[in-house]
Ligand binder design. Structure first.
Ligand code: ATP
Length: 248
């Protein structure tokens, strides 16, 4: 099935498209088999959220955009699911907030690193970091700790979508301001984040880009106010309540 064969008015269009992209990602050596399982978990939460961006997630996306515009050295971290689902959208967000893009894998193999970097370049990325791997995140095992010293290693703000809890915690311990995109408000990654965006990445990334374009003219003081007005605990509680109500 190609993307063109999916009728856009199908009630589960977005979910089918997502599944299709992940399947294709696995076939192309971009997404790991574990990525398929992560996708299934995400889909269940998205179903309960009504497969839409809830208002508190939109506020989080706006605060995230403001935080990225304020950053000195923002980096967007990309894994196999992120590349399969939103390669072009990540490139757009990076351009809107002047961020680096770095491939960062839980199960790192040189082959998959290269496949993802190539895929991002095919979708418009000029420079893709992560292949040098000359930096380390302390308190993680060797392979999982690898980052580029001049990428995530030097970043002040990192966007880590669909990240596992250990790495999210280790990055936060390093003093990086973390923006997490994760559909599970109870995951350790979401709980660790300065700004958790509880939304499907296929909606969250373009939404953050739109907000960044809208916020671009604000002064640093005004951007700081947008970030300060965001309450991470309240956003997580709101997403959990929406999931528990399951009013779709
Ligand atoms: P943690 O280690 O953070 O407690 P976990 O073990 O569930 O949680 P992983 O399986 O490594 O973490 O990461 C997958 C996470 O990504 C899950 O929380 C899942 O809900 C989320 N996820 C999967 N697909 C998407 C998507 N398309 N958009 C947003 N989040 C997603």
């Amino acid at each position: 099935m190609s993307e063109i064969d999916l009728p856009e008015d199908h009630p589960r269009y977005q979910s089918l498209l997502t599944r299709h992209r992940i399947e294709e990602g696995v076939e192309n050596g971009i997404t790991s088999k574990q990525g398929l399982i992560a996708e299934g978990r995400g889909e269940a939460f998205d179903y309960l959220l009504g497969e839409e961006t809830i208002p508190s997630a939109d506020e989080a996306a706006r605060a995230a955009a403001a935080q990225l515009l304020l950053a000195d050295h923002p980096v967007l971290s990309v894994n196999g699911n992120v590349a399969a689902l939103v390669a072009a959208e990540i490139v757009d967000l990076a351009a809107a907030v002047d961020a680096d893009i770095e491939v960062n894998l839980f199960n790192r193999t040189e082959e998959r690193m290269k496949a993802i970097a190539d895929h991002l370049r095919e979708h418009g990325a000029d420079e893709v970091k992560g292949l040098t791997a000359d930096g380390r995140i302390p308190n993680l095992s060797h392979e999982r700790a690898k980052v580029d010293a001049d990428g995530i290693g030097a970043a002040d703000v990192v966007v880590v979508p669909l990240e596992d809890g250990d790495r999210a915690e280790a990055l936060a311990d390093l003093g990086k301001t973390e923006i997490v995109i994760d559909l599970n408000p109870l995951s350790r990654s979401a709980q660790t984040a300065a700004i958790p965006v509880v939304d499907n990445i296929i909606r969250a990334v373009p939404n953050m880009t739109e907000h960044a374009v809208d916020l671009r003219e604000l002064t640093p003081a005004e951007l700081t106010e947008v970030v300060a007005a965001f309450d991470a605990d309240a956003a997580l509680a709101d997403a959990e309540a929406a999931i528990r109500r399951g009013e779709r």
